[in-house]
Design a binder for this molecule. Sequence first.
Ligand code: TYD
Length: 196
Amino acid sequence: MRGKFISVEGLDGCGKSTQVRLLARWLRRMGHEVVVTEEPTDGLIGRIIRMVVAGGFKVPVAAEALLFAADRLHHVERVIAPAVSSGKVVISDRYIASSLAYQSARGLPLRWVMKINEMAPEPDLMILIDVPAEVTAGRINRSRRPDGFERDLELQKKVRQVYLNIARRYKMKVIDGNRPVDEVQEDIRRWVKRLL
Ligand code: TYD
C-alpha cells in the first residue's frame, strides 16, 4: 500500500520544525508509521549546501540551485520513495517549493528552477506556513544569531512573495502561521485528515 508524502514550507523562523514535530506525534498516535525528514539533507550534497549557505564558499546562484535540486533527487531515492512505497507517511521540512521561492528570490528565472526540479515527484500535500518576514526576523533575533539567508530581510520578503504567488499553481495549503502554535497545528491537521 502506498503511503503519503507531505511537505511543509515557509520562511526561516516560521515555525516549521515545531509544527512538523507535532504533526508527526499526532500521526503516530493514530497508528501511522511516520518518517520525518528535511532539506537540505544530511547526505553528501546536503552537507555541501550547508557549507555554501553558511557563507564559507562562494558559488554562483545557478550552481547553488542545481545543488539543491541534486540533493532533492538523492533525498527522493534514498529516503522519500522507499518510505512512501512501504506505506509510511513522509513529512519533509522543505522540498521543491523552497527552491522555487528561495532561488527565484535570489534572481533566477522561476521557469528554470521549475525545469531543474521536474524529475522530483510532487508531494501529495504541500503546506505553507505563512508568516510576514518582519515577524520571522523578530523571532529569530530573539532566539539565536541569524545565519545564511536568514540575515537578509529583503530576501526573506521576496521569498514570502514568491511562496504566495506559486501557492495556487501548486495547490499549496496556505496556513496563517502568525498565531499560537496549537491553532496553526489544528489547521495543518485538518488538511492532513482529508488526505489520509
Ligand atoms: P534550513 O531549513 O534553514 O536548514 P537548517 O535550519 O537545518 O539550517 O535551510 C537552510 C537554508 O536553505 C534556508 O535559508 C532555506 C534555504 N533553501 C533554499 O534556498 N533552497 C532550497 O531548495 C532549500 C531546500 C532550502
